[in-house]
Write a protein that binds this ligand. Structure first.
Ligand code: IPM
Ligand code: MG
Length: 352
């Protein structure tokens, strides 16, 4: 089959890890007789430097016209000026909104061989297999008003946490559907004891729970959820939550896996176009050194093949190749080894 993939390597280590992920996809293409057409575009700080905008209309249109988008990472100290009118992160948010990808799937699994890299005791990590479904195009990130101004003789800033029922319903339904293929359990995370938007969130969770009696539903307040992630992660399965809560909880959950560099993500919407990216950032401190862990991006290509192209066998082949090299002791620096980004990817490609 023939597919068009837009690559947005972005900033920092983004180009290094995306480059290796492309080699993995090319290997899959030749083994399974597919043809992947790659088109590369700028997004993030690199796009500000070249075009004066973190995401141009043309780049967004190119992404919308492709079958899927693979992203590295955006941002860096160079573009961190708080008074700048554009920031690399704005491009990412505009891309998520422009692609309509309202659900961000962040699976967290712990490879037994990497347990020592997690700050948690191994007995806590046994059996951890969590899928966080983060709402991605609403809530605190996008709510209006969102601004700064002078008020009453002082500086004033506001962000707004708002949700429409349909925004909650669609991400909740997706979470329930995903739970059906797993342990049939959904943990809905909110702050319903304080926030009105969370009371709407919980009401809709209960409604959808009623429509899906085969799935067990529990509600957890976000503060409790952050504690449970550390004290009892093994009994969480699908976790569904508001945009900002999900941002925070997934960074926390990532330490369970030993390194952020290991974790992939998929952002999905109504159409089959998805946005796939590792959950780590642009890591400016190690950019250009060729030592970043490419696994999170490589596993993101597996999610791309599974969710956007329905190529389950190919996706599973990548996941098992990654599993194999970790079992064999291949390690980049973040997980205590000496392999370069390229060498790590070489091992994975060999294992395909
Ligand atoms: C993430 C990142 C982004 C977010 C930033 C870079 C805008 O932290 O994907 O988790 O907050 O969504
Ligand atoms: Mg984040």
């Amino acid at each position: 089959m023939n597919f068009k993939i837009t690559l947005l390597p972005g900033d920092g280590i983004g180009p290094e890890v995306v480059g290796e992920a492309v080699r993995v996809l090319e290997t899959i293409a030749s083994k399974y007789n597919h043809s992947f057409n790659f088109q590369e575009r700028l997004m993030g700080g690199c796009s500000i430097d070249k075009y004066g905008s973190s995401l141009t209309d043309e780049t967004l249109a190119d992404c919308q016209a492709s079958d899927s988008v693979l992203l590295g990472a955006v941002g860096g100290p160079k573009w961190d000026d708080p008074s700048a009118k554009d920031r690399p992160e704005r491009g990412l948010l505009a891309l998520r909104k422009g692609l309509g990808v309202f659900a961000n799937l962040r699976p967290v699994k712990v490879h037994p061989a990497l347990m020592e890299w997690s700050p948690l005791k191994p007995e806590k990590l046994q059996g951890v297999d969590i899928l966080v479904v983060r709402e991605l195009t609403g809530g605190l990130y996008f709510g209006q008003p969102k601004k700064r101004e002078m008020r009453e003789g002082g500086e004033y800033a506001v962000d707004t946490l708002e949700y429409y029922d349909y925004e909650v319903r669609r991400v909740m339904e997706l979470a329930f559907n995903l739970a059906r293929g797993r342990k049939k359990k959904v943990t809905s995370v909110d702050k319903a004891n304080v926030l009105e938007s969370s009371r709407l969130w919980r009401q809709i969770a209960i409604q959808i729970g009623g429509e899906n009696p085969d799935i067990e539903l529990e509600h957890t307040l976000v503060d409790t959820a952050s504690m449970r992630l550390i004290t009892g992660p093994a009994w969480m399965d699908v976790v569904v939550t508001e945009n900002m809560f999900g941002d925070i909880l997934t960074d926390e959950a990532s330490v369970l896996a030993g390194s952020m560099g290991m974790l992939p993500s998929a952002s999905l919407g109504e159409s089959t176009i998805g946005l796939y990216e590792p959950i780590h950032g642009s890591a400016p401190d190690i950019a250009g050194k060729g030592i970043a862990n490419p696994v999170g991006t490589i596993l993101s290509t597996a999610m791309l093949l599974r969710h956007s192209f329905k190529l389950e066998e190919e996706a599973a082949a990548i996941e098992s190749a990654v599993d194999g090299v970790i079992t064999d002791g291949c390690r980049t620096a973040d997980i205590g080894g000496k392999l370069t980004t390229r060498q790590m990817a070489d091992e994975i490609v060999k294992n395909l």
